[in-house]
Design a protein around this ligand. Structure first.
Ligand SMILES: C[S@@+](CC[C@H](N)C(=O)[O-])C[C@H]1O[C@@H](n2cnc3c(N)ncnc32)[C@H](O)[C@@H]1O
Length: 313
């Protein structure tokens, strides 16, 4: 056992297909990143659609990383921001220090980053819960993101350029996809700010829309020209949301008719957590009841109409 690395029986290491290091959580029954690559996902879902080239050298970007985990998304962002002369004022939300500590104890993870750009900041975070470097400054808020979000709102409401939402899936971690928590994230955004997530489930999309944001579907990167909702491209790689969003870009496309009907079906029934403290089982049971009472089209009927296989999203 490596001294300084916490015992974390709920986490096991895995190497993703692009060779980057990731973890699997037994507690949530889910991997931390998609199989095709932790680093690939960080760049494709968060860094590229952030379009850092929108900002001018010397600017300081306010960024909130919701569910820091190993820190892959934030390190990839830093790596892209620094050569553009951008500095970050970064806030991180995370309940468990073990993923970051485990990753930093893993030589292959450390080799993913340049010593002064990524690795240094993650080590500072692990050791002091903050980082300071020529590339900006960062503050970690350890604890349940639903509780910690208030302190970030106090510091940065309406002023954030980027919110990266990388919680486990709504089925396994509904508390971080509730209408209430998403509304708090929306309140962080500056007028030009963007919320990015890998998630394309109907309920969080509907909640973001009802909170006043425009939404688009992240393209699948390697098949940018063909992801208009055809059979192989029914699900996008995630969602971008902002107060004002140009509807098409190299990184996203408008929601397809299939996706818009998905939002309107019972699959779009929001997760609710008005007190910000509910257990996931309570949130899921409440939503099931609301779905049963809903006059909206059942998700199964929507799926049949579109000739789709597989489970509800
Ligand atoms: C999919 S992983 C995040 C991966 C991470 N973004 C990365 O780049 O490595 C989800 C993370 O959410 C954290 N988490 C789960 N419930 C949470 C909560 N209520 N508040 C804050 N973090 C939470 C887990 O500990 C885990 O690290």
């Amino acid at each position: 056992m490596n001294p300084g690395v916490p015992l974390a029986a709920h986490l096991s290491p895995r190497v993703t297909e692009d060779g980057s290091f990731s973890l699997h959580s037994a507690e949530f029954g889910e991997g931390f990143h998609c199989r095709s690559g932790a680093l690939l996902e960080a760049r494709r879902t968060y860094v590229q659609p952030a379009q850092l080239e929108r900002f001018s050298a010397g600017e300081e970007l306010r960024v909130v990383d919701v569910c820091v985990g190993l820190g892959t998304n934030s390190a990839a962002l830093l790596e892209a921001a620094a050569p553009l002369g951008l500095r970050l004022h970064w806030f991180g939300l995370e309940i468990d220090p073990a993923p970051l500590a485990l990753a930093l104890a893993e030589p292959s993870f450390r080799r993913q980053w340049q010593p002064a750009l990524g690795l240094d900041q993650l080590q500072q975070l692990r050791d002091t819960s903050q980082w300071l470097s020529p590339h900006g400054r960062g503050e970690m808020r350890w604890g349940d993101a639903r509780e910690q979000i208030d302190s970030v709102l106090l510091r940065a409401a309406g002023r954030c350029d980027l919110v990266m939402l990388d919680a486990f899936s709504p089925r396994h971690c509904p508390q971080l996809w509730s209408q209430e928590f998403l509304a708090a994230l929306v309140a962080l955004l500056a007028p030009r700010g963007r919320l990015l997530t890998y998630c394309s489930a109907a309920a969080p999309r509907r909640s973001l829309m009802e909170a006043g944001l425009q939404l688009a579907a992240l393209r699948s990167g390697d098949a940018a020209a063909s992801d208009q909702g055809g059979p192989g491209q029914v699900w996008s790689h995630g969602t971008v949301a902002a107060q004002v969003l140009e509807m098409s870009s190299p990184w996203w496309r408008p929601l397809s008719l299939l996706e818009r009907e998905h939002l309107a079906s019972r699959a779009g029934e929001p997760y609710r957590d008005p007190g910000g403290q509910a257990e996931s089982s309570v949130i899921l049971a409440q939503r099931q009841r609301a779905q049963a009472l809903s006059g909206a089209e059942p998700a199964s009927a929507w799926r049949r109409r579109w000739g789709l296989q597989g489970g509800d999203r």
